[in-house]
Write a protein that binds this ligand. Structure first.
Ligand code: AMP
Ligand code: ZN
Length: 111
């Protein structure tokens, strides 16, 4: 998808701070962090959101990568993994991604 910013990041046509990559996914730092550590984990394949996923092995893999990057960052006190889905979910970039947030206590419930 030419116009999708996360596809362009995956293709390295747009710069980002990539912290992990493999054949099917990558993780990079969020450009507008809302926590001391804020990374995004995405599939290379363009999938709009969790709602569009057909292969849930992919989701397992993405969650595994969330755990890897959090551990690599040393977030022993905990962290949060979030995916926003659609307008009411607060999604703004329509390429599936998991936020990995840490480095401060998280609030509950989220806004
Ligand atoms: P969401 O609102 O759940 O769709 O999250 C989209 C996230 O992508 C936001 O936290 C943005 O700050 C982040 N974002 C948007 N553009 C970029 C970019 N070029 N590089 C890194 N993060 C981005
Ligand atoms: Zn995309």
């Amino acid at each position: 998808m030419q116009s999708c910013i996360f596809c362009l990041i995956a293709e390295k046509k747009v710069d980002s701070r990539i912290i992990y990559e493999d054949d099917i996914s990558l993780a990079f730092m969020d450009i507008n962090p809302v926590a001391p550590f804020h990374a995004l984990v995405i599939p290379r394949e363009h999938i709009r959101s969790l709602d569009e996923v057909r292969d849930f092995n992919l989701v397992s893999h993405l969650l595994y990568v969330c755990k890897l990057v959090a551990q690599k960052q040393g977030l022993e006190k905990g962290y949060r993994v979030v995916t926003n889905i659609g307008d009411d979910g607060g999604q703004t970039v329509f390429h599936l991604h998991f936020h990995v947030l840490g480095g401060r206590p998280m609030n509950w419930p989220p806004g």
